[in-house]
Design a protein around this ligand. Structure first.
Ligand SMILES: [Zn+2]
Length: 411
């Protein structure tokens, strides 16, 4: 179909749906608490299923509890998919996840209102429990952990009962697995959850990929001793060493060319008493970048620095990797398609990495993937005052609509 015939989404209808969904689990200060498998989540899922039906989709639920709305295509080809999640963190906002799902529903409804059928079927997916471990998108990628204990909820509820509540089936989880023969591409619209777009005054972010996530435990062993009687030159103070390491990590991340970020977010001091020189510190390093090689290189450099500090301070420093999630790069064709759409619509844009995890990182492991970001006011998310203006949400939905229709023509 020709590009000129692509309509715009019904912005008011999208904004109205965002407001209605935000009523389910709403918090006093404008935020939302809608944790997976809770009554609020169930209610929200029910509502989205109804909206999908209204928009002309057939709705099914897979073994992982993912809701899949399908809008039939002219050919029975692999589908073009979009979506996100509607669960939230305990004090979350109304846009994280919800925007991607409701924009997907709006895109399909716009197609139907205008009697447009694409070549590919269009699927809008609500992924199960994004905030709690991404079991939904991981199941589609065939990457869930096989031990159900891993997914037991904090309140003790086993994952089997959780999935049953939402129409899933733990024992059949393998059937939720999809391949590129099922989904030809996945494009997710999401709020940025950071401040890059706002700071640069851009309307749309084109995600280059979702960064790798690497964590390492750093254990420093010095010697505990009396804080009064131990002279300064005889100390092996693990906390002082930790301070040097925190600064070294910051310097490494700041001064190495690239877009890497590194954080020491946990520090446990032992024995943690006012009158004892700290003998041991355990801390956790979190380091992220689009290139795993680059991260590995930085960790190697840090290891050299730690070895030097250990010798200088007569302490023992051990670095042990505890988590390594490889990055997922966005498909160049989809990035370029989004850029072309922004030009057509007269929207300013920039390319940027996503430093937060998303369902797209799992789906992108088996098929073409892209993500569209819209600005987050003040760069904040996972808080009650998360905000993206109606205009920005609508821009995002229009970019999503056109991106899918262009991909329909080339894939
Ligand atoms: Zn999200």
């Amino acid at each position: 179909m020709s590009v000129i015939s692509i309509p715009k989404v019904n912005g008011d209808r999208l904004v109205q749906k965002l407001a209605t969904l935000a009523q389910i689990g709403k918090l006093p200060n404008g935020g939302v608490r809608r944790i997976s498998y809770t009554p609020e989540d169930l209610l929200a899922r029910q509502l989205v299923c109804e909206w999908m039906s209204e928009a002309g989709m057939t709705v099914s639920i897979d073994a992982a509890g993912n809701i899949i709305g399908t809008y039939a295509g002219a050919r029975s080809a692999a589908a073009l998919a979009t979506g996100s999640h509607i669960d939230t963190v305990p004090t979350g906002g109304r846009y994280d996840g919800a925007l991607g799902v409701l924009a997907g529903v709006e895109v399909v409804q716009t197609l139907r209102d205008n009697n447009i059928t694409l070549n590919h079927p269009v699927k809008v997916i609500v992924f199960t429990d994004e905030e709690g471990g991404m079991i939904g998108s991981k199941a589609m990628a065939g990457r869930t952990v096989s031990d159900p204990e891993y997914y037991r909820r904090d309140d003790g509820t086993p994952i089997q009962s959780c999935l049953e509540r939402i129409g899933g089936d733990w024992s059949a989880l393998i059937t939720a697995k999809r391949t590129s023969a099922d989904l030809a591409a996945y494009v997710e619209l999401h709020v940025e959850q950071g401040g890059i777009l706002e700071a640069s005054g851009k309307q749309i972010g084109i995600v280059e990929g979702i960064v790798s996530m690497n964590r390492a435990a750093i254990a420093i062993t010095g010697r505990s001793n009396h804080a009064g009687t131990t002279p300064m030159h005889l100390r092996q103070d693990a906390l002082v060493v930790a301070a040097h390491i925190v600064l070294a990590v910051e310097r490494l991340a700041k001064e190495t060319p690239g877009q890497q970020v590194a954080t020491i977010g946990i520090l446990n001091v032992s024995p943690n008493a006012a009158n004892i020189v700290p003998g041991r510190v355990d801390m956790v390093l979190d380091i992220r970048d689009l290139s795993q090689d680059h991260v590995d290189q930085l960790v190697k450099q840090l290891q050299d620095i730690l070895n030097r500090i250990a010798v200088q301070t007569k302490t023992d420093i051990q670095l042990t990797s505890t988590l390594r999630v490889e990055p997922t790069l966005a498909t160049p064709l989809i990035q370029d398609t989004i850029a072309g759409v922004c030009q057509t619509l007269g929207l300013s844009y920039c390319r940027l990495p996503s430093r937060a995890g998303h369902d797209a990182q799992e789906i992108g492991r088996f098929t073409n993937m892209g993500m569209i970001f819209v600005p987050s006011y003040g760069g904040v998310s996972h808080t009650e005052d998360e905000y993206t203006s109606p205009e920005q949400c609508i821009h995002g939905a229009n970019v999503l609509l056109r991106t899918l229709t262009r991909l329909d023509a080339v894939l």
